[in-house]
Design a binder for this molecule. Structure first.
Ligand code: PLP
Length: 454
């Protein structure tokens, strides 16, 4: 609570007195006081101290079209005046949700023409778990309940989402995972590849899926869920051998494949979906974030036609949310997708900004702290190490957090996952803004190195 600005101090006092913040140490936050973000435009945020900050994380990976687009505000306001709310239970619908389902069917991979809407990515994955089990029960195989997921994957923070995710620090709180969810190793070569080449490790990591299917028994496995590129786990881009081998395994066994596209979807990789980028053929895809560019909460589950055909024979699916397909969220999503399409934002990521960001980021490889730079599309990761050759870390120094603080202090939001710095800027970032991002990242790496050795 060191601010000289009375307005900042007032907001921080409100936080202390009344607010419980997500993924935070409540006590520590009271001591420090939160940073108060007051407004935003394009790729920039402003805090209550008047600092301008380049948002290298697009909020939480979601603000695809950038901040401050009036068209989305107008779409919300128009819809609120026309029909602010109605539900989709009991055989009713409204125009925005139906139009949105059609638009999503148009951009989704071939053969995925139906959407179940939710309020978030976590709810999308809860829906997935229930739908997968319902599907197999309808097919007369009710024992195919187990979902295979990956260690250090992220699938949300509800009980099912956190269970599906492979974050041990989340499992430790509240007896997770729930029964029927098992995890296999992640394809994180830099951190866990040991002496194997990246290609060998990719095959090894993929083979863990087959081993787990055989261990659990194919008659008990309902689905495998994975992010095409793990986001919150540290922007883990799998070795090139990983997805091809996973595809072979999926083709061999009768289980469903769920791509969690909450981060990769809506253009992050330079394609509409991460599944398009890797040529995957999911049975279901979880979506959220970029669907509305984060302007309003919305998520969902896109479902393959063959799966829908089975569900059609199953009677009531006893599942849904008050805000499933909320009309205002649907209107905002429609406008967001219109902008992505009309302004050819994803095409530009594909051909211009992603290649440029990836080239500029890799220049940081020459920095003494940097063990690896990797990325795809507008996703990037920088591994901070003590020794480039052995990939040894600065154990126990919290290097990632030191670097993150320097970033905040120098007008850049870069997130730390352990000692991995990650970025995912808005898809509308310009080449000049990419230059600014990389220059600031280099400055903060320099400051971090000096802090470690100073
Ligand atoms: C891959 C992935 N799945 C699911 C979720 C959960 O989404 P939400 O926070 O909207 O519940 C997230 C959130 O970061 C995510 O990254």
């Amino acid at each position: 609570m060191t601010s000289n600005n009375p307005q900042t101090r007032e907001w921080q006092a409100l936080s202390n007195d009344h607010h419980l913040a997500p993924f935070s140490d409540f006590k520590q936050l009271k001591e420090k006081g939160p940073r108060i973000i007051t407004n935003a435009k394009g790729v920039y945020l402003w805090d209550s101290e008047g600092n301008k900050i380049l948002d290298g994380m697009a909020g939480l990976w979601c603000v695809a079209i950038g901040y401050g687009r009036d068209e989305l505000a107008d779409a919300a306001s128009k819809q609120m005046r026309e029909l602010p709310y109605y539900n989709l239970f009991f055989q009713t619908a409204h125009p925005p949700v139906l139009e949105l389902a059609k638009v999503i069917a148009d951009i989704a991979p071939q053969g995925m023409k139906h959407v179940f809407f939710t309020g978030s990515g976590s709810e999308g994955n809860d829906t997935m778990l229930r739908m997968v089990r319902h599907y197999w029960a309808i097919k007369g195989q009710p024992n195919k309940k187990t979902i295979i997921s990956r260690i250090n994957g992220y699938h949300g923070s509800t009980v099912a989402g956190a269970s599906l995710g492979g974050m041990t620090y989340m499992h430790e709180q509240g007896d997770l995972p729930i029964p029927g969810i098992v995890h296999i190793p992640q394809p994180y070569w830099f951190g866990e590849g040991g002496d194997m080449s990246a290609e060998e490790f990719g095959v090894w990591a993929a083979n863990q899926l087959e081993e787990k299917i055989l261990e659990v028994g194919v008659d008990k496995v309902g689905a495998f869920i994975a992010e095409p590129i793990q986001g919150a786990g540290g922007v883990i881009v799998p070795p090139e051998t990983y997805w091809p081998r996973i595809k072979e395994i999926l083709a061999k066994y009768d289980i469903l494949f769920v791509a969690d596209e909450v981060i990769c979807g809506f253009g992050r990789t330079g394609e509409w979906f991460g599944s398009d980028f890797y040529g995957l053929k999911p049975d279901m895809m979880t979506i959220a974030k970029g669907l509305t560019s984060g302007y309003i909460p919305m998520g969902g589950l896109i479902v393959r036609d063959e799966v829908v055909a089975v569900l059609n024979e199953g009677g009531d699916f006893n599942h849904g949310f008050t805000y499933s397909g909320h009309p205002v969220a649907a209107a905002v999503a429609l406008e967001n997708i219109r902008i992505l399409r009309d302004e050819k934002i994803i095409e530009r990521v594909h051909s211009e900004t992603a290649p440029y960001l990836q080239k500029r980021l890799r220049e940081l490889n020459d920095h003494p702290l940097v063990g690896e730079v990797r990325g795809v599309g507008l996703l990037g990761a920088i591994e901070l190490v003590k020794d480039k050759a052995t990939r040894a870390r600065y154990e126990g120094k919290g290097v990632g957090m030191i670097c993150r603080q320097f970033c905040f202090d120098n007008g850049l939001i870069m997130r730390a996952v352990g000692d991995t710095m990650i970025i995912a800027p808005p898809l509308v970032i310009s080449l000049a803004e990419i230059d600014e991002l990389v220059a600031k990242a280099r400055l903060c790496l320099d400051l971090t190195l000096s802090a470690l050795h100073g």
